[in-house]
Design a protein around this ligand. Sequence first.
Ligand code: AP5
Ligand code: MG
Length: 219
Amino acid sequence: MIRLVLLGGPGSGKGTQADRMKERYRAVKISTGDLLREEIRRESELGRRAKQFMDKGELVPDDVMIGILDKMTQAFETRAQSYILDGFPRTLPQAQALLEMLKKQGVNLTTALLIDVPESELVRRLSSRWTCRNCSATAGYPDGKPDQAVCGQCGGELYQRDDDKKETILNRMKVYRKNTEPLIRFFEEKGLLTRVEGFGDPDSVAMRIHETLERTLKS
Ligand code: AP5
Ligand code: MG
């Protein structure tokens, strides 16, 4: 049973790697970004509230995010289901709330896995990213997307996320540095941080994550 947090800047490959890891570890991926985009698509109250922040590359307020997570992880705990958190926590209050919640449930976080990628590479990846409308898988087209390209996973339609515009990408980087980067130290001080270099193609990164996690799980 694993309970993982994936940390890393926007575009570091959290979604890409969570999709690979969920099969290997028979885990569920909980992506708060995907979840919020689904609420926006459904035009729910939560979606309307979140969109205002997401379109600008700002974070959705902590009270909203902490409220959502509570319900989800409880459901997984009762089913003894491993899970990977992609995009949560993103602030110190969210991280504190997560650890408190796990403590209440009487369980531990396996580790917070940081996918470390330089900012110039993050901007390059996000500017060329296309996302599947159906299954949220992503593909990078640095030279432009061919007209007939569809999702490699399910054949669904590809679109560019509203927050993958140049100015919004730069703001997301700023927000990451200010609000989320401090979590690296937070988890490190608790002996809960595992670091992996995120450069190279997705398969090499997946291999590196696998080797590193195996060591962490044994220790
Ligand atoms: P979210 O959807 O979580 O966005 P993000 O953190 O900005 O991360 P991304 O999804 O952009 O990147 P990723 O790390 O998943 O990379 P990916 O695998 O796609 O959040 C969006 C918004 O929702 C936030 O801005 C905020 O407003 C709100 N939100 C969500 N959670 C929140 C929370 N907890 N609190 C408050 N607000 C919250 O890869 C990127 C691209 O690179 C893809 O094209 C991929 O194909 C390619 N790629 C991946 N790996 C490689 C590789 N090794 N080499 C080359 N290309 C690669
Ligand atoms: Mg993602």
